[in-house]
Write a protein that binds this ligand. Structure first.
Ligand SMILES: Nc1nc2c(ncn2[C@@H]2O[C@H](COP(=O)(O)OP(=O)(O)OP(=O)(O)O)[C@@H](O)[C@H]2O)c(=O)[nH]1
Length: 308
């Protein structure tokens, strides 16, 4: 039997991995290939799973990073996928702080030698974040570089906000870091599937391990609101938030509207998208050394003030 192709989607928090996955899935559907997805999220609740169409088999690895605490679980989920479905390819969306090589290691287990064929590591870069990476801790900066160095395909995403000279500088900077990576500039991770397909024999290169908790000090906080909140107070809260909160995503309802909104926040940019269904109002925060108590206090206060 033909081995199932594996694609690893890597890239920092908010870079556009889920956006890329959605583009890929719709192209794969047109080609009538049988695809499954494994999603790893740092938080204990899943937000991105709605981005995957219902007919696509999906397994989620929540509350930890495949590259450290839950590597064993990835192997179990891969095995389950292979047993339950007949597939052409599996896409693995890693957490924004995962080291791609450690995810690769899990897929290269001897268990799967005949069954899986890793095709490529695709790293997506938030170009704006990259330009301002000196604001990140040294460990996170190293991780961003490693994500580039180990990629076969590199997408310079969110170029819509860059000038032509910024784009040129970025391309030469990334090219100097990557020996063999194929480089593409994208907006909303829009790229033809054919650019991501490459058959490669994988040998894992040496790399520095960066564990989410011990080295990167990444933490998550999940907050569920018991009622709709005031948009203005929420925006004020966002303005005062520490810079070390890199990513927020989840669902929100506001007092001014009956709708539920999918909320996305990356690199200081909030985005509200009307959601068709009524979802539980839960937000996942991801950041360095998150102050859980402070977040909880501020968010509860926001709800309490509402009642007055
Ligand atoms: N302006 C702009 N926004 C983009 C682009 N690509 C993605 N986004 C937005 O960036 C935000 C984060 O995108 P996602 O695809 O969820 O990023 P992610 O890497 O999956 O995020 P995590 O799973 O949290 O690490 C969303 O609001 C996207 O709509 C782009 O090219 N330009």
């Amino acid at each position: 039997m033909k081995p199932v192709e594996i694609y690893i989607l890597s890239g920092f928090l908010g870079a556009g991995k889920t956006t890329l996955l959605q583009n890929i899935l719709s192209q794969e559907k047109q080609q009538q290939r049988k695809i499954a997805v494994i999603m790893n999220e740092l938080g204990e609740v899943s937000i991105d799973s709605n981005a995957v169409p219902e007919e696509t088999p999906l397994k989620e690895l929540l509350n930890g990073c495949v590259c450290c605490t839950i590597q064993g679980q990835l192997e179990v989920q891969l095995e389950n996928m292979l047993q339950e479905y007949e597939l052409d390819a599996i896409y693995i969306e890693t957490t924004g702080v995962a080291h791609p090589v450690e995810v690769l290691d899990a897929c290269m287990s001897p268990l799967f030698a005949e069954k899986l064929a890793v095709q490529s590591i695709i790293t997506i870069i938030d170009t704006k974040r990259w330009q301002h990476r000196t604001e990140l801790s040294i460990q996170l900066r190293k991780l961003l570089i490693e994500q580039v160095q180990h990629a076969d395909v590199i997408l310079l995403n969110k170029v819509d906000s860059l000038s032509e000279s910024e784009k040129a500088n970025l391309v030469s900077e990334i090219q100097s870091l990557s020996e063999n990576g194929k480089l593409f500039m994208t907006e909303y991770a829009n790229i033809p599937l054919s650019h991501m397909k490459m058959r490669k024999r994988y040998v894992t290169k040496p790399h520095e391990q960066a564990h989410v908790h011990d080295t990167l000090h990444m933490r998550t906080y999940v907050h569920t609101f018991s009622k709709p909140i005031d948009l203005e107070s929420f925006e004020q809260f966002l303005k005062n938030m520490p810079d070390t909160i890199y990513r927020i995503k989840g669902y929100l309802s506001f007092t001014h509207s009956k709708d539920t909104y999918l909320f996305q926040y990356s690199y200081g940019m909030p985005l509200y998208i009307k959601e068709q269904m009524n979802m539980k109002n839960t937000l996942v925060f991801i950041g360095e050394n998150l102050d859980h108590q402070m977040l909880k206090r501020e968010l509860l206060l926001m709800e309490e003030n509402q009642a007055e």
